[in-house]
Design a binder for this molecule. Structure first.
Ligand SMILES: C[S@@+](CC[C@H](N)C(=O)[O-])C[C@H]1O[C@@H](n2cnc3c(N)ncnc32)[C@H](O)[C@@H]1O
Length: 225
């Protein structure tokens, strides 16, 4: 039986409950800022990167979305992964910081843990002309499911477990279940967590749903292969 787990918490707390090498795909659509300065942000990325590496199975994929500046400042913390691809994602609205070019795109990075091949290889270009954000239900950076479907398409497999570390409005939830995968969504903000949970209406029968469970280890260890 497939499962969905919703967790309303900081990813750095929630992930401590997840045993080593139990996750097939980690999706990290990072917040562009956190409380604190640039040093705090880079440290946050380092800590999450190490945790994502720990929980991923050998051959598992890490998918990161962030803006170009954050990618630049944090890239060194993902060097334990194998690089697969980097794809620009066209933003819906331009953002013009002082003294810089206006941002018209964010970046999607596919990384892999180890050399085992969990990649559904197809000969396609690394430039996609696809709607990025829909701002679903009031979440300012809610991704379009067209995009999340495509992102997971290359790494999907029935029965895989996806960890959506910054779940927001939960577009990766719908794409994960579309491909018959288990889903763990973590969201720190109560108001977005409610949007995420309400999105369950779009999920087909046949999933066990857990809200803030105390026994994630048990659920995941049962699945470990
Ligand atoms: C870029 S948005 C993700 C959007 C999401 N992919 C969607 O389609 O709606 C980042 C999300 O991470 C959440 N967030 C920020 N810091 C977090 C943390 N430490 N742990 C978990 N979630 C966090 C934010 O509240 C925000 O909803």
């Amino acid at each position: 039986m497939n499962f969905i787990i919703f967790i309303n918490d900081d990813i750095l707390n929630a992930i401590r409950q997840i045993p080593d090498e139990t996750i097939d795909i980690v999706v990290a659509d990072y917040p562009f800022k956190i409380r604190g300065d640039k040093k705090d942000y880079v440290e946050f990325i380092r800590r999450t990167g190490d945790e994502f590496f720990r929980v991923l199975k050998d051959g598992g994929n890490l998918i990161i979305i962030n803006n170009p500046a954050n990618m630049f400042y944090t890239m060194e913390h993902f060097q334990q992964f194998l690089f697969r691809s980097m794809i620009p994602l066209k933003r819906k609205h331009r953002f013009c910081p002082n003294k810089m070019f206006c941002f018209r795109y964010n970046l999607l990075l596919y990384l892999c843990k180890g050399h085992k091949d969990n990649w559904n290889y197809v000969k396609e270009d690394d430039y996609w002309n696809i709607e990025y954000s829909t701002g679903y239900n009031g979440h300012p950076s809610g991704l379009s499911t067209k995009l999340t479907d495509r992102i997971l398409y290359y790494v999907r497999r029935k029965g895989y477990t996806v960890l959506d570390a910054f779940a927001g409005s939960g577009s990766f939830l719908l794409s994960s279940v579309k491909y018959g995968m288990n889903y763990i969504g973590v969201e720190i903000e109560q108001k977005y967590y409610e949007i995420l949970r309400n999105r369950i209406d779009g999920v087909p029968f046949g999933y066990i749903i857990y809200n803030n469970p105390q026994n994630i280890q048990k659920i995941l260890i049962g699945k470990k292969s």
